[in-house]
Design a binder for this molecule. Structure first.
Ligand code: PAF
Length: 273
């Protein structure tokens, strides 16, 4: 596995490839969720590039940018064992310049839900993903459905900026108890881990209600709120796939989204219907 630390190294590496390329952008602290994206890429492409870059522009002041989990040695091993061909690990000065043009995420879908709680977060996400796509020019790029609003905004960017990459959405990976895997789970103590299980439980309750034939958004949200009552809920929303609020669930294209704080840790989860 090649370790590429500069953009020049990545550009040169890319120039020599004429095959199908899969890109898996990450911020490191890799877990089974990332591994599933990597495996999918390794299976479907001739060459897989993984990037590890904790992107400063997507963190708000006071968020965990400086304490974001760093597991350099473990990440290296995971990528190498998973059959990654190249690992791109740039420093901030490689990726950002003074006076560079910036990209703004569309207002309508980037200042609601996650973007309401974290204004400008998606501007930073799109800026870095665009740079990574431009550098590695992948055939396919892999993103998890857990960050479903991010996934939607990236798909929209690729479509509207005519970028020649297919964005591949990958399923949420959960631990054996149902907790959606996230690098931020590392912050949870044992008690918080137990409390966090209520997040996926609330989605299961929603699913049961749907199976009983309940389609009214408010009724389902009420049931979910009961399960989440011990947690500091930021939002429970049910929307269509464009993140527009709905009153009645459409069984073909709705999403149930939850964000809560468990102790100091902010966790999100969702279910595509
Ligand atoms: O989902 C993430 O880990 C990040 O938002 C991403 C896509 C790697 C951009 O920094």
């Amino acid at each position: 596995m090649k370790i590429l630390k500069t953009t020049k190294e990545l550009i040169d590496y890319r120039k020599n490839l004429t095959c199908n390329i899969g890109l898996v952008p990450t911020m490191g602290a890799l877990h089974q969720g990332h591994i599933s994206l990597i495996k999918e890429s390794v299976q479907k492409n001739d060459n897989t590039i993984v990037s590890i870059f904790v992107n400063p522009t997507q963190f708000l002041a006071g968020e965990d940018f400086s304490s974001y989990p760093n597991r350099y040695e473990a990440d290296l091993k995971i990528c190498s064992l998973a059959g990654v061909d190249a690992l791109f690990m740039p420093c901030t000065d490689e990726m950002y310049f003074e006076n560079e043009p910036t990209l703004l995420a569309p207002m309508k879908q980037s200042y609601i839900l996650e973007g309401y709680q974290r204004p400008k977060h998606f501007d930073g996400v799109l800026r870095i993903v665009l740079k990574l796509l431009n550098l590695s020019k992948p055939t396919n790029a892999y993103f998890g459905k857990k960050d479903t609003q991010q996934l939607f905004l990236i798909q929209n960017m690729v479509k509207t900026l005519f970028i020649d990459t297919t964005i591949v959405p990958c399923e949420i990976i959960r631990d054996e108890k149902g907790l959606a895997l996230s690098s931020r789970n590392a912050y949870l103590n044992e008690n918080e881990k137990l409390q966090a299980l209520n997040i996926s439980k609330s989605l299961k309750i929603a699913s049961k209600e749907l199976m009983r034939g309940e389609l009214h958004v408010n009724n389902i949200k009420e049931k979910m709120r009961e399960v989440l009552k011990e947690l500091d809920v930021e939002y429970i929303e049910i929307t269509n796939r464009k993140f527009e609020k709905i009153d009645i669930i459409n069984l073909k294209n709705s999403i149930i989204l939850v964000a809560t704080k468990v102790g100091k840790t902010r966790l999100i989860d969702n279910m595509w219907i």
